[in-house]
Design a protein around this ligand. Structure first.
Ligand SMILES: CC(C)(COP(=O)(O)OP(=O)(O)OC[C@H]1O[C@@H](n2cnc3c(N)ncnc32)[C@H](O)[C@@H]1OP(=O)(O)O)[C@@H](O)C(=O)NCCC(=O)NCCS
Length: 171
């Protein structure tokens, strides 16, 4: 468990399904994520995802962002494979009622520290759509550097979009 200012990062629990679905069931969240993040986001969907996460949970690679005793968001770590195995991608979302208070910036910073100290990873990256201003700002405030713009790299909701690659490295 990682304690931050106003939030806790901790492993998923089956009892999270209700609050997870409550916060995740928001088109403004799913619009900024990959299509595998469903909308509508039901309690059954939450339960499926929690079981999926718990099936490969050592070391912990997915954290619930707990705020006011609720599962109010999540951040996941996906280590690369083969020659990319010292890289890890992060992906995250937060319930809308908590946006704009600096929470995700602090969550990203805490996650970076956890990854570099515990997982032997040398480079952490994220790939926000160019339209996700809040995410880009949070990454930059957490110390990530923009490596590239990938033009026409994404199709979301039938719209072709650019995306960015942001990274932070451990020397
Ligand atoms: C992106 C997200 C995680 C940001 O969380 P947050 O806790 O609000 O982030 P922070 O407050 O730490 O920082 C975000 C910054 O962007 C700003 N911001 C947030 N949403 C914004 C938006 N839609 N448009 C413009 N700026 C926005 C905030 O005001 C803040 O700026 P400031 O520090 O100058 O005040 C949250 O908005 C979210 O879950 N969005 C939907 C899912 C998503 O985009 N996930 C990331 C995919 S790469």
């Amino acid at each position: 468990m990682i304690k931050g200012e106003g939030f806790i990062l901790r492993p998923f629990r089956l009892t999270d399904k209700k609050s997870l679905a409550k916060h995740a069931n928001n088109i403004k969240i799913s619009d900024n994520l990959r299509d595998k993040f469903p909308h509508p986001y039901t309690e059954e969907g939450a339960e499926w995802f929690i079981n999926f996460v718990l099936s490969d949970n050592d070391p912990v690679k997915n954290f619930i962002i707990e705020i006011n005793n609720e599962a109010a968001g999540a951040i996941g770590i996906s280590p690369g494979e083969d020659v990319y195995r010292l890289n890890a991608e992060i992906g995250y979302w937060l319930g809308e009622e908590h946006w704009g208070k600096g929470i995700m910036t602090a969550v990203i910073k805490a996650t970076i520290k956890y990854i570099f100290e515990n997982l032997g990873i040398k480079r952490i990256y994220a790939m926000p759509f160019a339209t996700t201003t809040g995410s880009v700002k949070a990454l930059e405030k957490a110390g990530f550097i923009k490596e590239a713009t990938i033009y026409n790299g994404v199709i979301k909701n039938n719209k072709v979009l650019d995306y960015y690659i942001y990274s932070i490295t451990c020397f």
